[in-house]
Design a protein around this ligand. Structure first.
Ligand code: TYD
Ligand code: MG
Length: 461
């Protein structure tokens, strides 16, 4: 057998390096290289299980022949529902056999709760193995009972050694394995301590290989470290098929599950849950919860309709504009990109005739939501203007639209859907790009005002 070699992996970006160096050549971070042992490549495919036992596509590991793609039979992707609609949505319509899904989030956010609920629902159709390295079996069972989950087909194992976990799996042949958490896993192959980057990466790699060889779906639970990455950061993200982050504001019972990477679906899909005394409940119609509680109009607030994945979502944009004591006033954006805010403020000055050069500007998307699409441009500027003038917009006004560098307001995709969502929630006035407005100027009871230039929009607001 060829010898194992030592390699160095950057804990920031996951890049491999042959030798230790102070700075990662890939991402430029300092002191992030960590030593680990690489297995000789040959063992990776040795003893492959061959064709899949299940109907999934995984399997065939030892036939690297060149094939014309069109000759491959049309292999409809089989998906299994997790029994939790919001989780299915984020996964892209259910769980694909052989898929490895990393679920990351802060400790205590509800990862174990979510996966235990999913496992209990799926156990009816798929033999499931819940491996816990963090809690005792008694604790897991106790939680399951307290949540009123059907625990009939659920098998649990309190074990952290990957070799032993795979031995049990080989006997039991589960269709689904949950490993909670990946930080507790370790392999005999390495002498490094459990929890070290090398151990986490190698242990996860074993499970990934097992998943691909047998068509078993695997959920890996990963705690997010203080630096914001999973397991001595990003080292797992490129090994798995999907990365889901479970997030929530401290003090709020709402939780958002977001796909950060997904080989089997869209990445901008959101799943929304509420944590209660009976575990996580789905929130299938989440628009209303992202509006701040107060329904009386406040200066500096504008409601927008964003579209995360396949559903429109009403969210509130808040701005605070205040004269700055600094010669270089602050621009702070929470939930949107800072550079975009700076650019929008420049357009506001140049094409809207409103200068905020001597003001601090803070913009926040309420509810811990991150908005990445340009539809937020117009509502951001309307909330900035409203705060600057200290005059609220009419409470029943929504807006969305991209603002171009020459001050034009551009349409965004799926305008009709967004307008319908706003009308359903009782909004009476919408300010949107001309290309998004219906000819009639109305959607239901809602008046739709079409604008072409930023100056028009500011006037209408
Ligand atoms: P948990 O799933 O253990 O979090 P993680 O695995 O991400 O660390 O959830 C722990 C928190 O959730 C805990 O602080 C209590 C709360 N919780 C509820 O409010 N209701 C419930 O029914 C459960 C099971 C947990
Ligand atoms: Mg947990």
């Amino acid at each position: 057998a060829s010898k194992a070699r030592t390699a160095y992996v950057c804990t920031e970006c996951g890049a491999d390096h042959g030798k230790w160096q102070g700075q990662c050549a890939e991402c430029g971070a300092w002191n992030t290289l960590s030593e680990f042992v690489v297995e000789p490549a040959s063992t990776a495919t040795k003893g492959g299980v061959g064709a899949s036992r299940r109907s999934g596509w995984a399997g065939k590991v030892d036939a690297p022949a060149v094939t014309a793609l069109k000759d491959l039979g049309h292999n409809e992707e089989v998906r299994v529902s997790t029994g939790i609609g919001e989780l299915d949505r984020v996964l892209g319509g259910g769980l694909v056999p052989g898929a490895v899904v990393l679920v990351g989030g802060d400790p205590g956010i509800g990862k174990s709760t979510l996966l235990l609920q999913a496992v209990a629902k799926m156990a009816a159709v798929l033999p499931a193995l819940y491996v816990t390295g963090e809690e005792s079996l008694g604790q897991v069972a106790g939680r399951g009972t307290r949540l009123g989950l059907p625990l009939d087909g659920v098998h649990a194992l309190a074990e952290t050694g990957v070799e032993r976990i795979l031995e049990h799996a080989a006997k039991m042949r589960p269709g689904l394995i949950v490993a909670d958490s990946v930080q507790t896993l370790w392999t005999e192959e390495l002498s490094a301590a459990p929890g070290s980057v090398g151990q986490v990466r190698e242990s996860a790699a074993r499970l990934v290989r097992y998943a691909k060889e047998t068509g078993t779906a695997v959920f890996l639970v990963g705690h997010v470290t203080k630096e914001g990455g999973i397991a001595g950061p990003r080292v797992l993200e490129h090994m798995v098929d999907a990365v889901l982050y479970f997030e929530g504001e401290s003090g709020s019972r709402f939780r958002v599950l977001r796909a950060f990477k997904n080989r089997f679906g869209a990445v901008n899909e959101l799943g929304v849950f509420a944590m209660g005394d009976k575990g996580l409940k789905e929130v299938p119609n989440p628009s209303a919860i992202f509006l701040s509680g107060s329904r009386t109009p406040q200066p500096g607030s504008c409601v927008m309709v964003t579209r995360e994945g396949t559903r429109p979502l009403l969210v509130e944009v808040q701005a605070l504009v205040d004269s700055s004591p600094l010669s270089n006033p602050r621009r702070v954006a929470v939930g949107m990109e800072g550079n975009r805010l700076a650019m929008l403020l420049a357009v506001l000055h140049r094409h809207g005739g409103v200068g905020v050069g001597d003001q601090d500007v803070f913009v926040n998307i309420v509810g811990g939501i991150r908005v990445q699409e340009t539809a937020a441009d117009l509502p951001v500027l309307l909330s900035v203007l409203s705060s600057l003038r200290d005059r609220p917009l009419s409470e029943q006004t929504v807006a969305f639209g991209e603002v171009g560098l020459s001050g034009e307001i551009r349409p965004v995709p799926n305008g009709e859907d967004r307008l319908k969502e706003a009308a359903t929630h009782g909004f009476k006035r919408a300010i949107v790009a001309k290309g998004n407005a219906p000819k009639s100027g109305r959607v239901g009871d809602m008046q739709v005002i079409a604008v072409e230039r930023l100056a028009e929009a500011l006037e209408q607001a």
